[in-house]
Structure formats: structure tokens, C-alpha cells
Write a protein that binds this ligand. Structure first.
Ligand code: 4NP
Length: 152
């Protein structure tokens, strides 16, 4: 099963979401991340996200930012967005309900993961806590989905 995390720049929030979820799942789950803008293409995550991950033993230092494309709907089973803008931008590229149904916000109850880019280390830590909780729930859901017989 393949899971994609999406934020704006793919340097702060979604790299952490990728690292955290991967750390909670066995290797037969592939987790990746992408951004809705291509401004940071090829760059490693923001040093503040790398440092925050390191504090919790999640190494995201080797990730490279990339742009979200319509092709990702073909490749991934689930696409988790950090905020409403990411959700809107991703859904604007979906061609049908099968693709739209793969997309959701990563938090429950329409909550957003706030963009820490203009903030301080405490904002990055807050993002980590939100993502850690969300990924714990998602890892349990995904593992149980994989065990269920196919509905096709
Ligand atoms: P991210 O944070 O979407 O969590 O990666 C941001 C990264 C870069 C910018 C904004 C947010 N930016 O404006 O360049």
C-alpha cells in the first residue's frame, strides 16, 4: 500500500508526516510526500523540521522536496493533506470520484496542521505532536485495511 503526505512546500509539514508514518508501519507500506508548489523542488527538508524529527528519532534529513502531480493519483492509495488549501489544490487535479476518494485531511474534524514556516521551534514541535497522534491513528487503520479481504 502506498501513502502520500501533501503540504504546500514539502519542506516542513509533509516530510515530518512521511517520516513519522513510515516509522509506525512495516516496510511493505510505502510512504512519500509532495508539495503543491514546486518552489523547493529537490531541496532537503527545512532544518527546523529535520531537527524536530531528530529529537524523536525520526530521520527525515535525506528526503527531497518534489511537486505533487496528477500522476500521484495513479500511484498512491491514500493522499493526506495538511490543510484546506492543500486539499483544494490536490482535489482540483482529480479526474474522477475514485481519485477524489483517495484524498482527505490528515487530522480529524476538519482540523488543519498549521504552517510552521514563519514560526519558531515551538511551532515545529506542535506540528510534530499533531502529526504523531494522527499517524498513530492512521497506522492502525491502514494495517487493519490490509488485513481485510478485498472488497473488489
Ligand atoms: P510546508 O511549509 O508547506 O509545511 O512545507 C512551507 C514551506 C515553504 C513555504 C511556505 C510553507 N514558502 O512560502 O516557501
Amino acid at each position: 500500500m502506498k501513502i502520500l503526505m501533501v503540504c504546500l512546500g514539502n519542506i516542513c509539514r509533509s516530510p515530518l508526516a512521511e517520516g513519522i508514518l513510515q516509522s509506525k508501519l512495516p516496510d511493505n507500506f510505502i510512504v512519500d510526500s509532495a508539495g503543491t508548489i514546486d518552489m523547493h523542488e529537490g531541496k532537503n527538508p527545512d532544518h527546523r523540521s529535520i531537527k524536530t524529527g531528530q529529537q524523536y528519532n525520526v530521520d527525515i534529513s535525506k528526503q527531497k522536496s518534489r511537486h505533487f502531480t496528477a500522476q500521484d493519483f495513479e500511484e498512491f492509495d491514500h493522499i493526506y493533506c495538511m490543510d484546506q488549501n492543500n486539499l483544494k489544490d490536490v482535489l482540483s487535479l482529480a479526474k474522477n470520484d475514485t481519485q477524489r476518494n483517495k484524498v482527505s485531511l490528515i487530522l480529524e474534524n476538519n482540523e488543519e496542521v498549521p504552517d510552521p514556516y514563519w514560526g519558531g521551534m515551538n511551532d515545529f514541535d506542535h506540528v510534530y505532536q499533531l502529526l504523531d497522534q494522527a499517524c498513530e491513528r492512521i497506522a492502525i487503520e491502514l494495517k487493519s485495511q490490509l488485513k481485510e479481504p478485498s472488497k473488489k
